[in-house]
Design a protein. Structure first.
Length: 103
């Protein structure tokens, strides 16, 4: 897992043909504002979150974000325990995000 600044996170994502953006916030938060083309899996779903994460392709690189960086950090740690080798946490989350958004 790597914690990356906005600039590093977005730049690395854009250069990566094997990248997936993962939003781990609640559906209510996602409906307010989100980064385009993000896959949404709510970390508050507990076991449901783990079950959905297990279905993902472990060979991909996951760029994970939440509101401020806490839940996404936790998600990256959990994903690491499940065998995901490349997870990148967005420091500051969507709160400090200055890139493209939808919602």
């Amino acid at each position: 897992m790597m914690n990356l600044s906005q600039e590093q996170w977005w730049e690395k994502y854009q250069e990566d043909d094997n990248a997936v953006i993962l939003d781990v916030r609640t559906i209510e938060e996602v409906e307010e504002v989100a980064i385009p083309n993000a896959l949404h899996i709510d970390i508050y779903k507990g076991q449901g979150f783990l079950d959905e994460i297990e279905q993902l392709d472990k060979s991909k690189n996951y760029f994970v974000y939440c509101k401020s960086g806490g839940r996404s950090n936790q998600a990256c740690l959990l994903m690491g325990q499940l065998g995901f080798e490349n997870t990148f946490n967005l420091l500051g989350g969507i709160t400090e995000w200055e890139g493209p958004t939808v919602g």
